[in-house]
Write a new protein. Structure first.
Length: 144
């Protein structure tokens, strides 16, 4: 017999296999995005700690400055020495309290606050809090 196409059963089986494969891949993508988000939050925290230690060791002022898509570490009002881009799904809200954090040669910042990173695809946020009295940083993760 001469067959010139696919049967309905063959098409249904192929569609089923594609659907199962896609369903298995989706949670992995979420996990990868979660790992990237947490790594970005830790990277920003390390930038804050670096600015703190550079201010202590040099005696100069170092600032953390946040925009909607990046965090900058800069000496005084000079050009930034570190820039942390937020990537595709992560933003920084405009109303955060840690929009500008300054270290003036001591462990405690002259102005502290909280930097908030929001990942829209995960529906999660990371709050990096810098305490004014001690200069310590803490990261809190939560769903919104």
């Amino acid at each position: 017999m001469n067959q010139k196409g696919f049967s309905v059963l063959e098409v249904v089986l192929v569609m089923l296999l594609i659907g199962i494969g896609g369903a298995c891949a989706s949670p992995k993508t979420q996990q990868v995005e979660e790992i990237r988000f947490r790594a970005l939050a830790r990277q920003v925290e390390k930038g804050i700690i670096s600015a703190q230690y550079m201010a202590i060791s040099t005696g100069r002022e170092y600032n953390i400055l946040c925009t909607e898509k990046a965090v900058y570490v800069r000496p005084g009002f000079q050009k930034a020495i570190y820039k942390f881009d937020m990537g595709r799904h992560v933003t920084i809200p405009r109303n955060i309290t840690g929009k500008k954090i300054s270290f003036n040669g001591s462990m405690a910042p002259s102005k502290g606050g909280t930097i908030e990173l929001v990942n829209a695809s995960l529906r999660k946020r990371a709050r990096i809090t810098v305490r004014i009295a001690t200069g310590k940083t803490t990261i809190y993760y939560e769903k919104y």
